[in-house]
Design a protein around this ligand. Structure first.
Ligand SMILES: [Ca+2]
Ligand SMILES: [Ca+2]
Ligand SMILES: [Ca+2]
Length: 298
């Protein structure tokens, strides 16, 4: 019975997770990078203005942005991701302190990118036209042209909380992507106005989902200035995505171990056998071919 339950569990939740709690630094298991293609500098790291609290990544904001052709953002750490599969999701928790900054659309959150001119972001933002109160919104750039994503949350006084959780979640059955935030006021996850949306509404997000790319965290002063500088504090980043179907042993790589798994199970007829890559109830040469064709994929 236990085995049956476990089998069900693994069948229903074949998620490949990238999670970093920022426990005093970046997780060594994850390959964090600072490079942002088409940004100048390519390596965005400015070590003097980033660091770690006991369990959080802190970035002190400075001038520099991905906006339009400016492409000079600093301190944008990201993870390389392969194709996103199944009901993939991206989540973070961020606190944004405005400190001495002048009125500006100061923002911090998740950025999903192919390069500095093709990205999607979901962020916590101060609204200069609304007494610098906070809200949640999104934006995206396609071939260097920035647009508001048409997503909007409630507007609230930052004295009642300057921390949110942000969540992007794909629905494979509908092809739509949904956007949520939790401002930790007891209301839990709220869906943004303008959500859900077809993934194709956001070409850069769709490109990363279908071809792979980078998922990172950012803060942007949006042209504001003043001291002390704003600080963005990221508690964690979590990316969930299904494994490649040919990744039989679910170690995030299609390689000879998966080929051997298919060979050793060759001829087996059983429901939900992991080596039955094409899920037709038998492990045979069709599954072997799928592993071979996917060899090296993540
Ligand atoms: Ca740009
Ligand atoms: Ca594997
Ligand atoms: Ca099969």
């Amino acid at each position: 019975m236990v085995g049956f339950v476990l089998l069900l569990f693994f069948h229903n939740a074949p998620a490949q997770s990238q999670f970093d709690d920022f426990l005093g630094g970046f997780s060594a298991q994850l390959g964090w990078i600072w490079q942002v293609p088409r940004n100048n500098p390519l390596n965005s790291q400015d070590a003097a203005r980033m660091g770690f609290a006991s369990d959080a990544l802190q970035i002190t904001a400075q001038a520099g942005t991905l906006y339009q052709n400016l492409n000079n953002i600093r301190n944008l750490p990201s993870l390389n991701v392969p194709v996103l599969r199944g009901a993939w999701s991206i989540e973070t928790r961020v606190r944004l302190q405005r400190n001495g900054l002048s009125s500006a659309y100061l923002q911090a959150g998740i950025v999903v990118l192919r390069d500095a001119d093709n990205y999607f972001n979901l962020h916590l933002v101060y609204l200069p036209d609304q007494n610098n109160w906070l809200s949640v919104s999104g934006g995206h750039e396609h071939s260097g042209v920035y647009q508001w994503a048409g997503l909007s949350g409630l507007v609230w006084n930052p004295s009642s909380g300057d921390t949110v959780r942000l969540l992007i979640r794909y629905e494979p059955d509908t092809g739509r992507v949904r956007f949520f935030y939790d401002r930790e006021d007891g209301g839990y996850w709220r869906e943004l106005g303008g959500s859900p949306r077809p993934l194709s509404d956001f070409p850069a997000l769709q490109a990363v989902a279908q071809n792979g790319g980078q998922i990172g965290l950012y803060v942007d002063t949006a042209g504001g200035a003043g001291t002390p500088a704003p600080v963005a504090t990221f508690d964690y980043l979590q990316i969930l995505s299904d494994y490649h179907p040919a990744d039989v042993n679910q170690d995030s790589m299609v390689d000879d171990a998966d080929l051997l798994s298919v060979l050793f199970a060759f001829g087996t007829q059983r429901c939900n056998h992991p080596a039955d890559v094409n899920r037709d109830g038998v492990v045979d040469d069709a599954d072997l071919l799928q592993v071979l064709f996917a060899f090296g994929a993540r």
